[in-house]
Design a protein around this ligand. Structure first.
Ligand code: K2U
Ligand code: ZN
Length: 172
């Protein structure tokens, strides 16, 4: 089922997440719920801490951006094992920091290794929007948000806007 997405500032979005020791039916169900939540948002990526679970688990589907058929991916314990020297700038957003966008520079290609839903180790090179997304999601697992790449003034302005949004949401 769809899960509520935590909004910044929230201490759970700043904590490093715990590695997944063994796959379980609960973690497989969480991954399915995260994909449903991501598609509904809509988004092209989602990390477990964004729905309040401090596990190293991310889901992605950037295919729709290129008009290809949907290509949902579930990555447990994802690790960047190599990154290109070449960089890419992308105007990033975040489902936990709604309606705020800023340019972030990241390596344009990364080699990632992870444990798949099938219990097997996988490895793949991501480039384009997939590379930006997988780095954005792995940052979430380390308690890092895209606003952490901005200057202190812009970061503070966005944080203040989110605090105002949360006060308004709390008032209902
Ligand atoms: O992790 C998240 O909050 C979902 C992010 C993933 C993402 C952010 C920036 C760049 C690539 C991926 C987004 O909110 S998903 C929304 C979105 C949709 C299309 C293109 C970029 C971002
Ligand atoms: Zn995000």
């Amino acid at each position: 089922m769809k899960r509520p997405i935590l909004i910044h500032p929230d201490p759970r979005l700043k904590k490093a997440c715990d590695p997944v020791a063994d796959l379980s039916d609960e973690l497989r169900a969480l991954a399915e719920d995260m994909l449903e939540t991501m598609y509904d948002a809509p988004g092209i990526g989602l990390a477990a801490p964004q729905v309040g679970y401090m596990n190293r688990l991310i889901v992605m589907d950037c295919a729709k951006d290129d008009g290809e058929p949907a290509r949902p991916m579930v990555l447990f314990n994802p690790e960047i094992v190599a990154a290109s020297d070449e960089k890419n700038v992308y105007e990033e957003g975040c489902l936990s920091i709604p309606d705020q966008f800023a340019d972030v520079t990241r390596p344009s290609a990364v080699d990632v290794r992870w444990l798949g839903l099938d219990g097997e180790e996988h490895a793949q090179t991501f480039d384009g929007l997939w590379a930006t997304c997988v780095q954005h999601e792995i940052d979430h697992l380390n308690g890092k948000l895209f606003i952490d790449y901005l200057g202190p003034m812009k970061r503070q302005m966005i944080t203040r806007r989110m605090q105002k949004l949360k006060r308004e949401l709390a008032r209902g």
